[in-house]
Design a protein around this ligand. Structure first.
Ligand code: ATP
Ligand code: MG
Length: 425
């Protein structure tokens, strides 16, 4: 990833330039035009999408993942499926990437179903997990909902799905979950009328309480009849920690979903393009300095970029966002991040780990253990300094801090560091 500094000054001029007409954009005008002395400005509705699962107006980056996915599709048709998993932390763009995959499959003439896997309620069983997959696949492929013959075939195989309203009424079932899923995939295939069906199971970390669901999926997809009679490609998405836990619990899962796509933050250039292209035809511009700050603070985390830019957009004055508008928008974004993500991340820390985090956030740089101990000693005279290293490693395991080269540490996410500074000091 290129740093902002590396990407040079030249871009700042581009970022500062007002966007030109984008004919595809059909946003409605928010306000009637107002006059600024020389010209009338029309401001359009906010183009940013600060919401988990919302498709961004401008999809930035991810070129290697898209190229690789196209290759996976063609290999799948030629040689058979190589089921895969997309891995990344919260808000990094897993769902958005799956949506891009879906579009690509459809462009290529295949069928794709995007299936969100909701958190299993307390007391859920493996059977419920498999049932959820089946139901979401049916919801995800609109033509199946209108195929009475398909439903009857399922009933014949002992899989009863009553009604295609907002909810499926669940009747008494007798098949084992593994048999049910196998039968479902085999019986569905002839009704799809496609050369390839890609099933995108989003957020499978939600199966953690019934983790055997993933092992059953693996076992069903390995079955000879499924491989020989059908052409399904399964793409799962998960947080990295959860995936590692699945692998620890069900060893063959890791070997089966061998192809892993790790997604990380966007680069400086990608963030710049995302912002300027999103602003095109909105009537609003961000000063180059503002865009620079967005990257500096978010490090290209897509959700944080969208959230911060959305608040910045809301604070425009006569179509311009300058660095004067920054503090207010930044604080508003931090407040939302705290409520939606950071508070729950920090709740995983013990009191002492949290004190170390506060000190590290206050230092606001990569700090060595010695520097952290010195800062701690100045603020908390009774703190057990000899244990600092342990607290740091524990926070690293919780994904809150990162060990840099030369044995120094920093808070992984600069927005989290800012939130800690704001909340605890
Ligand atoms: N490549 C991208 N370009 C621009 N914006 C993106 C991109 N990927 C994701 N986003 C935006 O980032 C936010 C988070 O994306 P998304 O919901 O896809 O992430 P996620 O990893 O699925 O999150 P969660 O952990 O909540 O499931 C959304 O607002 C989305 O519009
Ligand atoms: Mg998601």
């Amino acid at each position: 990833m290129r740093s902002w500094e590396e990407s040079g000054n030249k871009k700042q001029n581009i970022y500062a330039a007002r966007g030109e007409g984008d004919k595809r954009c059909k946003t409605t005008y928010l306000f009637v035009p107002f006059v600024t002395g020389r010209e009338a400005i029309m401001i359009k509705s906010n183009p940013f999408t600060p919401q988990s699962g919302w498709e961004p107006r401008i999809f930035a980056g991810r070129h290697p993942q898209i190229i690789s996915f196209r290759r996976t599709l063609s290999d799948c048709l030629e040689r058979g499926p190589s089921h895969m998993v997309v891995l990344g932390q919260w808000g990094i763009g897993k769902t958005s990437l799956l949506k891009q995959y879906k579009k690509i499959v459809q462009e290529e003439g295949g069928l794709a179903a995007l299936c969100p896997m909701s958190k299993s309620p307390k007391g859920s069983t493996v059977r419920d997990g498999i049932r959820l997959i089946i139901e979401e696949i049916i919801f995800g492929i609109p033509k199946l909902k209108n195929t009475q013959g398909f439903l009857e075939t399922l009933e014949g195989a002992g899989i009863t799905i009553a009604g295609f309203g907002a909810h499926f009424a669940r009747k008494k079932r007798s098949l084992q979950p593994q048999v049910e899923l196998t039968e479902f995939l085999l019986k569905m295939w002839p009704h799809l009328g496609t050369k390839l069906a890609v099933i995108l199971l989003d957020d499978i970390q939600n199966f953690m309480a019934v983790s055997s669901v993933i092992d059953i999926l693996r076992s069903v997809l390995s079955k000879e009849e499924v491989v020989s009679q059908c052409r399904y490609l399964f793409v799962l998405s998960s947080t990295r920690d959860a995936w590692e836990e699945f692998i620890d619990k069900h060893d063959p899962v890791g070997r089966f979903f061998r192809k892993r796509e790790y997604i990380e933050n966007l680069g400086a250039e990608e963030v710049g393009t995302l912002i300027t292209n999103s602003l095109r035809t909105t009537g609003v511009t961000f000063a180059g300095e503002v865009i620079e700050q967005v990257f500096r603070h978010t490090q290209g985390h897509p959700y944080e970029v969208q959230l911060l830019c959305s608040h910045l957009y809301e604070s425009q004055i006569e179509g311009t966002v300058t660095i004067k508008e920054w503090p207010h928008a930044f604080t508003a974004a931090l407040r939302e991040l705290g409520r939606d993500y950071f508070d729950s991340m920090l709740r995983k820390s013990s009191d002492r780990e949290r004190i170390v985090l506060e000190v590290l956030a206050e230092l606001d740089k990569e700090a060595t253990i010695k520097e952290i101990q010195q800062a701690l000693w100045r603020r908390h005279k009774n703190f057990p300094l000899e244990n600092v290293k342990n607290f740091l490693y524990r926070s690293e395991n919780k994904g809150l801090i990162k060990k840099a080269a030369r044995g120094s540490f920093r808070i992984l996410d600069p927005m989290l560091a800012a939130y800690i500074r704001q909340s605890f000091t």
